[in-house]
Each structure stands twice: as C-alpha cells, then as structure tokens.
Design a protein around this ligand. Structure first.
Ligand code: 6GU
Length: 246
C-alpha cells in the first residue's frame, strides 16, 4: 500500500485554501491522490439560529472568542470521518500559544495518516476547545489574523516529506534543517555573473572535494547564522551564545 496523508482543515474561510492547494508540488500531489485535503467549514457545525461561531468573552474585554460547540462538533465530525476510513485522527490546534513548529515536527507528522488542522479567527479559542485536541502548534513568535496561513505552512512542510510528493527524494535529504544544519551555498549558470564567480571547487569535478567543501560551508553558515542549531559544539548550544560569534 502506498503511503498517503489526509489533511482535514477546519476553518471559517474554506476559500482561503482554493488557490494555494492548486499550486506546484502540493497541488499535483492532491491531484494524484498522494495527499488528500478535506475542507470543513466550522460554521456548518453551528446549530443556533444565526449559526454563530464566536461570542463576547466572559469577564469582558475586547474582541470575540471562538465558541466551543461548533468547533468541538467539527472536530468530532473530522474524527468520525477518519474512523470511517479506518484511520486515526491527530487533531492539531493552530495557535500562537502552541509548540513551535519545526522540521523535526514536520517529519514526525509526515508519518501520521490523518491530520485535522483547526484554524481560528477572532481573538482566540474558548479554553475548553483545548480538551478536544491532541496538539497545539505555532509557526513563530508573531500573531496572524487567523490559523489559515499556519495550516498552509504545515501542509506544505509536512506534505513535501510524504514519499512521491517531491520528484527527487535526494532533494529532501540535503536541505536546510534535515540534518540540523543550514544548507550550503548553491550556484547555477552562468559561471561568472558581473564578476561574481562560482567557487572554483564546484567546477573541479572532484566530488570528494566538493562534498568536503559543502559540509564545511554548511557548518560555518549554521554557526554564524543560527549558532543555537550548531551541533557537536556545546559552546554554541544555548540562547545566550550569539555574543560568542564574531
Ligand atoms: Cl498557528 N495562529 C495564529 N493566529 N497566529 C500565529 C500562529 C498560529 N503561529 C504564529 N502566529
């Protein structure tokens, strides 16, 4: 059986995903069935007469809060849909309060079969929604107007790791973060662009030498740009170590 993964997206803005999911490798993989996407409008799970999905916060304060009933009902529907396919759902709440999404997390998620991505709008979720999810993810320390952009980031980063999504599996192996380091510098034609030349070693045809050069560049680049990622160097493993880099 071929591996495939389903993304079940819970959102108030299903059209948000129309164009992005048609593009490039993700679009083609949905077309070919390696990736599967279901869009679920949270509003369809609201049962009051105005089909409300948000409400004012108890205790007062600015903004509106996503209501627990429609979100919980949409999550239950997604779990039931997974179960009907004989798959286990993993429900992920997209929130700036979540665990920081990373390449490592993407690899972990790419091994699962049915991911439910819960996108919120408004000022936040009713706290009781947290009881219905398995995991909370944030894509960085800034606030988005909603979880949709974060869901797309997760779909892109996870989807491209599913076998068959990228043509050349090698291109996954040697990219930034895959081995905990940033990628080495890349060049393509021309050899000389307005005096900026391609490093001689890359034109040498000596693959042992090229591999050595690339590892060294990767190591140096990681040390300078992202010292906290540098491996095999305890000196540079903490948050307060950037001052050590010249
Ligand atoms: Cl997952 N959601 C929202 N609304 N803002 C974010 C985020 C998620 N990750 C970073 N900022």
């Amino acid at each position: 059986m071929t591996l495939m993964i389903t993304f079940d997206i819970l959102t108030l803005l299903p059209e948000f995903f129309d164009s992005p999911l048609k593009q490039s490798v993700i679009g083609r993989s949905i077309e070919s069935g390696i990736l599967c996407v279901t869009l679920r409008n949270i509003r369809d799970y609201s049962t009051d007469k105005h089909r409300s999905v948000d409400s004012a916060p108890y205790g007062g304060g600015a903004g509106m809060v996503m209501r627990v009933e429609p979100v919980a009902a949409a999550i239950e529907a997604a779990r039931a849909a997974a179960k009907a396919l004989g798959k286990k759902a993993t429900v992920i709440l997209l929130t700036p309060q979540g665990e920081q999404f990373s390449h490592k997390k993407a690899v972990e998620l790419s091994g699962l079969e049915y991911l439910v991505l819960v996108c919120g709008r408004y000022e936040g979720f009713d706290e009781r929604i947290r009881g219905y999810v398995d995991l909370e993810l944030s894509i960085g320390d800034y606030v988005l107007a909603g979880g949709e952009v974060a869901a797309l980031a997760v779909i892109d980063a996870v989807g491209r790791l599913v076998p068959g999504v990228l043509g050349d599996i090698e291109s996954v192996k040697h990219e930034s973060f895959s081995d905990g380091a940033l990628e080495y510098p890349q060049y393509t034609r021309p050899e000389n662009y307005k005096g900026a030349r391609v490093p001689e070693v890359l034109l040498s045809g000596n693959h042992a030498l090229i591999d050595r050069w690339r590892s060294e560049q990767s190591r140096r680049r990681t040390l300078v740009r992202r010292p906290e990622l540098s491996v095999g160097s305890d000196e540079f493993s903490g948050d307060d170590t950037k001052k050590n880099i010249k």
